[in-house]
Write a protein that binds this ligand. Structure first.
Ligand code: HMG
Ligand code: MG
Length: 298
């Protein structure tokens, strides 16, 4: 893999903490974000502005974003499902937002309570407003290889949504294997199709590690020249509406992996491991990062 420069987009404070059974207090969320910044991460998805009736864990987005002291040069994007979420987030002096349609109908219904088409119409309102306000917009596509409700997903469906997101004005499309069922084989097939409508520089890879395939999927993806990778501190993560989904590729494992490829990530692995320990200790569970386990006990 030619991977001289890779951008790591950290999703732990959002994807990770949205899926915890207990509500993580605002000050712990902020401390985690600050520790991730201290480790050198430059893109940290920090909150979501979704219905608190649906995801209570993220209901303190305003407090997180208003009380967080932002470091210069760090991007703190936030996620939302509709204009209502956008308007709330807008009070918090944000610079980048993320939207998240799915490539499958079943998951769209469960996660957004509407069809894919309806969700795209809602997301377009968000994108139009955000671009008017001078913000950047990132678009996720969920269920890029498999859906917990509909089964295998057609790569053409993923390409179609990706193209729509880019046409709307998203600067990047993050391809999410929401339930982590992808393999290097299915991911390559999907990417061949998506890269007929997008440039590799417009794509990010977002792998959940349910079946332990995240790193090999990533290696397959990097062969296509993709330069942005999503990961989550200590492998936290999952979606409450994706039955059986587990955490994301762990950031510690990603940094170790990239180091092995000769990619300088400018991340301090010791501090990253400390951040992983901090949140795992708070949650009262062992880290899901193998690298953290291997190095953290020394
Ligand atoms: P709904 O119930 O159809 O929405 O849910 P509604 O418009 O009928 O509103 C219901 C109530 O919620 C109303 O309040 C609204 O005002 C309120 P009431 O009048 O009853 O008091 N409401 C909101 N409040 C705050 N912020 C908002 C908001 N919107 C409505 N933004 C809805 C539809 C889309 C809102 C709901 O389904 C929802 O919030 N879904 C989000 C689910 C979610 O957060 N999933 C996890 C993120 S996606 C993910 O993890 C995958 C990803 O990582 C990629 C991958 O892994 O592949 C991104
Ligand atoms: Mg995810």
């Amino acid at each position: 893999a030619k991977a001289s420069q890779i951008r790591i987009y950290e999703v732990g404070p959002r994807d990770g903490l949205q899926n915890e059974s207990k509500f993580v207090p605002t000050d712990i969320k902020i401390e985690l974000i600050n520790k991730l910044v201290a480790a050198g991460l430059k893109d940290i998805e920090s909150a979501s502005f979704v219905s608190p009736k649906w995801v209570k864990q993220m209901s303190d987005g305003v407090d997180v974003m208003k009380n967080l002291k932002r470091a210069p040069g760090v991007n703190y994007p936030v996620l939302m499902p509709n204009l209502k979420g956008y308007e709330i987030a807008k009070q918090c002096n944000i610079e980048e937002v993320a939207i998240f349609p799915a490539a499958s109908e079943g998951f769209s219904q469960k996660n957004l309570n509407c069809s894919v088409e309806e969700s795209l119409a809602r997301f377009k309102l968000v994108v139009d407003q955000a671009l008017t306000d001078g913000l950047r917009v990132r678009g996720y596509v969920s269920c890029i290889v498999g859906c917990p409700y509909d089964g295998p997903v057609d790569p053409k469906a993923v390409a179609k949504i990706s193209e729509q997101l880019l046409t709307m004005g998203c600067y990047e499309v993050s391809l999410g294997d929401t339930i982590g069922v992808g393999t290097a084989g299915s991911v390559k097939k999907m990417l061949r199709e998506v890269l007929t409508v997008a440039k590799p520089e417009q794509i990010a890879l977002h792998f959940h590690d349910t079946y332990g395939q995240a790193l090999s999927n990533l290696l397959a993806g990097l062969e296509f020249g993709i330069k942005t990778v999503d990961s989550s501190i200590s492998g936290l993560g999952g979606c409450p509406y994706a039955r059986g989904a587990s955490g994301n590729l762990a950031t510690e494992d990603l940094v170790y992996f990239l180091y092995g490829l000769g990619v300088n990530t400018n991340i301090d692995l010791v501090k990253l491991i400390e951040a992983g320990r901090y949140i795992s200790n708070y949650l009262g569970k062992p880290t899901d990062s193998k690298v953290n386990r291997a190095l953290g006990d020394r």
